[in-house]
Ligand binder design. Structure first.
Ligand code: F1X
Ligand code: MN
Length: 390
């Protein structure tokens, strides 16, 4: 109880600093990333003129301040042993999973049925299934909990029946590029025995299920031979996936009373055990840096990503970090906005929840602004945006 009281008082102090626009203060508790965070704060300070004073909550770049908020929440917890490994968002993540039971069941059963005949599918049928599961993983990204302030944001209906209707909402659709990359590698499998797809995960709960279904399909269809996942090392943006969430979810799926569903859990655990699914932790994902800083800040992680043949970046926050969260013109090419970040061919799979979007056709963004002023932030629209050699 003493520890809880301490954590709560640190959190109220944090809330007060935020609400009254106090200066952003250095982190105090020694942790693996503390020095890097404090250096980044100094860097933000160095961007200001002397008369501007210190970085503050209402005046510093949103990406930095928002990441800092979640890092400070974590600091309040690690300063309060013995509850220093407590995940303050765990309950809402688990609730999201349980509230999405029906569509989860429908997806798992669909996958199990598909796998029974997958060897006999023709090229076009396989491609259609690939596109379907990609779209499910895209719309799964609607279900994050930070946009709804932690309020329930689960998936209630079976999304498979809605895909056709949602297609016009995909503003950039580079899925053909993903297909041609993976299917041409598969055709030359004898010369290229390994195809590695890396997935930089976003939210746990329903979205993670859609990502694991896609990852299972990649192996079952032989479009990939191994899938590597990246999650967060600390609780992050309410719903983001940690290793605990990843293992917990597989275990829950395995424990389902429905055979089709539990079969998925058994297969997924098997992939992990066999090393065909590999989960990686790295503190870089919970730093405030844009991804173009990765070669300097986390060269080991950059080198790991370079081993992939395709990297899928799930979600809105990853898109903001890919593009540096800048106010780009809508027509700036994605390649340019990546600002030198090209570890391997990559694709952002994201529903739009923040005001950064590049790679649109001339006039496309302006037209949307006229008809729907909030199109950038509601999560209604989505993109598959690819960058890689033609
Ligand atoms: O990365 P996700 O889960 O798709 O979305 C997270 C996110 O949309 O939630 C925040 C709103 O509170 C945004 O800053 C952030 O980009
Ligand atoms: Mn998220």
């Amino acid at each position: 109880m003493e520890a809880e009281k301490k954590a709560i008082s640190l959190l109220s102090k944090l809330r007060n600093e935020l609400q009254t626009d106090k200066p952003i203060t250095p982190l105090v508790e020694k942790f693996a990333d503390t020095d890097i965070w404090n250096q980044y704060l100094e860097y933000q300070q160095s961007l200001l003129n002397e008369s501007d004073g210190k970085p503050r909550w209402f005046h510093s770049p949103w990406l930095f301040v928002e990441c800092y908020l979640y890092r400070r929440i974590h600091e309040a917890v690690i300063q309060s042993p013995p509850i220093d490994d407590f995940d303050v968002f765990r309950e809402s993540k688990e609730q999201n999973f349980f509230e999405s039971q029906e569509p989860i069941m429908a997806l798992c059963i669909h996958l199990q049925e598909l796998k029974k005949t997958i060897e006999d599918l023709g090229e076009n049928q396989l491609k259609n299934e690939f596109f379907k599961l990609l779209q499910i993983s895209l719309w799964g990204n609607k279900c994050d909990l930070s946009l709804s302030g932690g309020e329930t944001s689960s998936q209630k209906v079976n999304i498979m029946n809605s895909l056709e209707g949602l297609k016009p909402l995909i503003l950039v659709n580079d899925t053909e590029r993903l297909w041609s990359l993976l299917s041409s590698r598969k055709k030359t499998r004898e010369d290229v025995p390994i195809t590695r797809v890396d997935i930089v995960l976003d939210n746990s709960g329903f979205e993670l299920v859609t990502d694991l279904i896609l990852a299972d399909f990649l192996l079952s269809s032989k479009l990939a031979t191994e899938v590597h996942f990246y999650g967060k090392t600390i609780p992050w943006f309410v719903s983001d996936t940690t290793i605990h969430d990843f293992n917990w979810l597989i275990e829950e799926v395995k424990r389902s009373g429905h055979k089709g569903v539990s079969g998925c859990g058994v297969d997924w655990e098997g992939y992990v055990k066999a090393g065909r699914w590999v989960y990686h932790d790295h503190m870089f994902w919970t730093l405030p840096h844009a991804f173009c800083a990765m070669p300097q800040v986390a060269p080991d992680l950059y080198a790991e990503l370079q081993k992939a043949h395709l990297i899928l970046f799930k979600g809105d926050l990853n898109y903001r970090k890919l593009t540096g969260d800048r106010k780009w013109e809508f027509t700036v090419p994605f390649h340019q906005a990546l600002n030198g970040f090209h570890p391997a061919p990559l694709c952002s799979i994201r529903t739009l929840k923040a005001e950064t979007q590049v790679g649109l056709l001339p006039g496309q963004g302006e037209q949307l602004t006229v008809s729907e002023p909030h199109w950038l932030t509601t999560g209604k629209y989505g993109i598959f945006q690819f960058d890689g050699p033609l």
